[in-house]
Design a protein around this ligand. Structure first.
Ligand SMILES: [Zn+2]
Length: 153
């Protein structure tokens, strides 16, 4: 091949056997050239593919990262809500326990009051009031049994 234009001399560097056409702009370039000096495009398909896909894959990675961040924030909030719920449940349980203890004390107080009342009326021998003597004694025994259970607990 004859070179009429000196601008092509760097691209060809000799005869036609060492020349090829750019896959992108079709300029004649050196056979071993990996990048076209005219349009700066890669000659290898793999390189062209990679240079095309890199901006896209970066974008995808950024999107996936944002997605994962959102999921992490959501999971963190869920976990925090669960922790708050758990501590509220503990507080409620403590309150319920305290209330149960209070009502237990209250019922034993009521038992003692009932016992004193029955005893009072038994001593006074108020005829015609309350249950008969035998039932009263039985009631007192039951109450004493319950009060003894409180002491052992
Ligand atoms: Zn080119």
């Amino acid at each position: 091949m004859k070179l009429k234009d000196n601008s092509n001399i760097n691209d060809l560097k000799g005869d036609d056997e060492e020349a090829k056409y750019c896959v992108s702009c079709c300029s004649k370039i050196h056979l071993k050239a990996k990048v076209c000096p005219h349009c700066n495009n890669y000659q290898s398909r793999i390189y062209r593919f990679l240079s095309d896909i890199t901006p896209l894959s970066s974008f995808v990675i950024v999107l996936v990262s944002i997605g994962m961040l959102i999921v992490s924030i959501y999971q963190f909030k869920e976990a925090r809500n669960e922790t708050i719920k758990a501590s509220e449940a503990v507080k409620e349980a403590q309150l319920a326990s305290a209330n149960a203890l209070k009502s237990k004390e209250l019922s034993f107080d009521s038992l003692r009051l009932l016992r004193n009342t029955i005893e009072h009326y038994s001593k006074g021998d108020q005829i015609g009031f309350g249950p008969p003597e035998e039932e009263r004694r039985q009631l007192l025994e039951n109450i004493d049994q319950l009060l003894n259970e409180e002491k052992t607990q």
